[in-house]
Design a protein around this ligand. Structure first.
Ligand code: AP5
Length: 262
């Protein structure tokens, strides 16, 4: 079938011995839902649910989630040069420099699992990053001449964002996201999947949250207008329960006519 998504490499690294991780379940899901998916950009304020939705999209379509926040946090945890440069900005709720983030994304996009599509979660975040990305995607054959770029804005009100961010807990082992108010784990404080103790992100403290929301308004909100003018912007109501938001996101991805309409 033309446009089938690739089986191999779409779920990150393989296990030692060459056996692909998640191969059975993910490949089955992917075959059932195989459509040609290009780049998907998730826009939205901190806590809007980009990461939550990105995981659902990745699972359904077998394309990788590229979260610049996760990549940066990984670099901070490993003490790399990138991590050292990013740490201070991240811990105070500021954006990391465009150059640093762009080069990280360029490196990730050149990996083979990105050839047929990917989800950008938290990137771009400034007009300069968006302009850089336009060129990068065109050079990689996406956009006008190839698979279309779909930009989905996950819209959530300010008060709801605060509760989501202060209530978020994450599994340090498998990355599953919880919320003590909205999606609590079955057993308080532990991951449903692996039992690991859940952690709270350093930047989910109230004083840092307010700086993150200011950075969002100042630097990222203009991207809604940027993509609207390009004709690629779509929007979902991110205040609905997770499953309903996911259903709306899947509809936007799977309706090619909807992608072309403004
Ligand atoms: P990053 O990690 O990208 O953080 P963010 O954009 O602030 O977004 P979050 O991860 O906080 O929220 P989310 O929208 O993914 O929500 P989630 O699904 O977790 O960036 C961190 C930092 O890295 C930045 O501050 C910056 O310093 C740096 N950085 C990253 N990218 C950069 C870039 N491109 N340029 C420069 N600097 C960059 O959900 C949140 C909570 O809500 C969870 O508890 C979840 O369970 C709950 N929830 C989700 N959906 C729903 C729902 N529908 N109903 C109820 N609860 C829900």
């Amino acid at each position: 079938m033309k446009g089938l998504l690739p089986r191999a490499g779409a779920f990150g690294e393989g296990e030692p011995g060459g056996k692909p991780m998640l191969a059975k379940t993910a490949a089955d899901t992917m075959t059932e839902n195989a459509i040609a998916v290009g780049p998907i950009i998730l826009l939205g304020a901190p806590g809007a649910g980009k990461g939550t939705q990105a995981k659902q999209i990745a699972e359904r379509y077998g394309i990788p989630q590229i979260s610049t926040g996760d990549i940066l946090r990984g670099n901070v945890a490993r003490g790399t040069e990138f991590g050292k440069r990013a740490k201070l900005d991240m811990n105070s709720g500021k954006l990391v420099s465009d150059d640093l983030v762009n080069s990280m994304v360029a490196e990730r996009l050149s990996q083979p699992d990105c050839q047929r599509g990917f989800i950008l979660d938290g990137f771009p975040r400034t007009v300069a990053q968006a302009q850089w990305l336009d060129q990068e995607l065109a050079a990689r054959g996406f956009g006008q001449s190839g698979l279309p770029v779909v930009v989905i804005n996950v819209a959530v009100s300010y008060n709801q964002l605060l509760q989501r961010l202060t209530g978020r807990r994450t599994c340090p082992v498998d990355g599953k996201i919880y919320n003590i108010y909205f999606q609590p784990p079955k057993q308080e404080g532990n991951c449903d999947l692996c039992g690991a103790e859940l952690v709270q992100r350093k930047d989910d403290k109230e004083e840092v949250i307010s700086e993150r929301l200011k950075s969002y308004e100042r630097e990222t909100l203009p991207l809604v207008e940027y993509y609207h003018r390009q004709g690629s912007l779509r929007q979902v109501n991110g205040e609905l329960p997770v499953e309903q938001v996911t259903a709306g996101v899947f509809r936007l991805i799977e309706d090619p006519a909807g992608r072309e309409k403004q």
